[in-house]
Design a binder for this molecule. Structure first.
Ligand SMILES: [Ca+2]
Length: 99
């Protein structure tokens, strides 16, 4: 049976394909699909952004080849970036508890 890590990778692929399949290109996220993904899957993050152009700017930054679609690699940069941010905030919390 798959390990937790394998399941986690598989899950990311499923989430990406499910979201990406809503418009014509199955294996990329359009701007609408990206916004939809952020609002449904990362709603807490999206709600904290008072400025609605934040998601626009994020999309532009993530779309490395500027084709206005996020492919799986570009999507993983988003997940990776969030993981690093969350990891750092865990470290900060752990650190502040020590003092
Ligand atoms: Ca792209």
């Amino acid at each position: 049976s798959p390990t937790e890590t394998q399941r986690c990778i598989e899950f990311l692929i499923t989430v990406f394909q499910k979201q990406g399949g809503k418009e014509s290109y199955s294996y990329t996220l359009s701007k609408t699909e990206f916004q939809n993904f952020m609002n449904t899957e990362l709603g807490a993050f999206a709600k904290n952004q008072k400025d609605p152009s934040v998601l626009d700017r994020m999309m532009k930054k993530l779309d490395l080849n500027s084709d206005e679609q996020l492919d799986f690699q570009e999507f993983l940069n988003l997940i990776g970036g969030m993981a690093v941010t969350w990891h750092e905030s865990f470290l900060e919390v752990a650190h502040s508890h020590k003092q």
